[in-house]
Design a protein around this ligand. Structure first.
Ligand SMILES: Nc1ncnc2c1ncn2[C@@H]1O[C@H](COP(=O)(O)OP(=O)(O)OP(=O)(O)O)[C@@H](O)[C@H]1O
Length: 317
């Protein structure tokens, strides 16, 4: 388990992490999601004792990382796949780590096989592709067979095979009961792999919920209804405490009532219904709604065709 409480980190004038609170439980994959510069890496570094918090705590298995007796056997981490001695072989890199942590050479061979580097283990790291480095970094994280695993952007730069392999690996670790925290700025990736999401923007917690809850707008299921009596229906729905947004001349988005209830209200006020369906949001849309104001660096993007469906009420602030 990873427990983060009131975690804050300032780099001079920059508040990289701002009073974060969240818990990562064993047995599921928790996605740590946020735009570039949101503070994900800094948070992970503090969990791993590599950066000192300005205030607050980050505990692994109930202790600060520095107090763990055999850290490599309790926590495995992949932070930067390029942080390896380029002149060493993959096997040499793992043996050095193993030696300094009392881990056997047999275990080194086992993790080499587990990550599929058998053929390449004798080659120097500088000849490795990014995908091979990621595999080697993951082998290092697995060396001590730890209960807690942290991966910072593990699919960056990987081809589809590599991405699928990582997905299966993360799922397997969670199913074994390990605690798995995996950061990414790729919403589509997290939608596939994460059971829970901790979403940050500008260092602050934006959402902490199951992936399903985030997809449903953090509990606010939305129903889109097409009717030529939009004004009448909107007034009736508001009378039932629903939130209603006109998204087209003959179209309303309704939050706070199920599709069936919206249909019943329409029938009661005699509003003809042309279509009626729950709106499925992709995680990408939910993410943009949640972090829209918290992106550190905005680029210029084409107009969002779905902009009309955005409302602020899904945000958990
Ligand atoms: N060592 C440092 N010195 C000064 N500022 C830093 C340092 N490390 C991070 N920052 C700043 O802290 C903020 C958070 O950065 P961080 O790398 O933690 O974000 P991130 O969510 O991991 O981003 P990315 O997805 O781009 O990796 C940024 O504004 C960054 O510029």
């Amino acid at each position: 388990m990873i427990t983060v409480r009131g975690l804050t980190k300032d780099f001079r004038a920059v508040r990289a992490v701002d009073d974060l609170d969240f818990t990562v439980e064993p047995g599921s994959v928790t996605g740590f999601l946020g735009p570039n510069g949101a503070g994900k890496s800094t948070t992970m570094r503090m969990v791993l004792g590599l950066d000192r918090p300005t205030s607050g705590t980050a505990l692994v298995l109930g202790r600060p990382y520095a107090d763990l007796r055999a850290p490599l056997c309790q926590v495995g981490a992949l932070l930067d796949a390029n942080a390896m001695h380029p002149g060493r072989s993959g096997r040499g890199h793992l043996r050095t780590l193993a030696l300094s942590n009392g881990i056997s050479a047999a275990r080194v061979e086992a993790v080499i096989e587990q990550v599929g580097l058998g053929q390449a283990a004798g080659r120097r790291v500088k000849a490795y592709s990014l995908g091979m480095r990621q595999r080697l970094g993951i082998a290092a994280a697995l060396l001590g067979d730890p209960a807690v695993l942290l991966f910072d952007e593990p699919v960056n730069g990987l081809d589809l095979d590599g991405v699928r392999w990582i997905r299966a690996l993360l799922r397997g670790f969670a199913d074994e009961g390990r605690t798995v925290l995996v950061s990414s700025h790729l919403m589509s990736e997290m939608q596939v792999v994460a059971d829970r999401l901790v979403i940050v923007g500008r260092g602050r917690l934006v959402a902490d919920a199951t992936t399903q809850e985030v997809l449903l707008g953090l509990g606010g299921q939305r129903v889109r209804v097409g009717t030529t009596a939009a004004a009448v229906l909107a007034a009736a729905l508001r009378g039932r405490a629903a939130t209603v947004e006109q998204v087209g001349p003959d179209e309303l988005d309704v939050t706070g009532l199920a599709a069936r209830e919206v249909g019943d209200v329409a029938l009661a006020v005699g509003a003809p219904v042309h279509h009626l369906a729950p709106v499925e949001h992709s995680l990408e849309q939910a993410f943009l709604r949640l972090t829209g104001d918290d992106v550190e660096y905005h680029g210029t993007v084409p107009a969002d065709p779905d902009h009309t469906t955005r409302t602020p009420e899904g945000a958990n602030r």
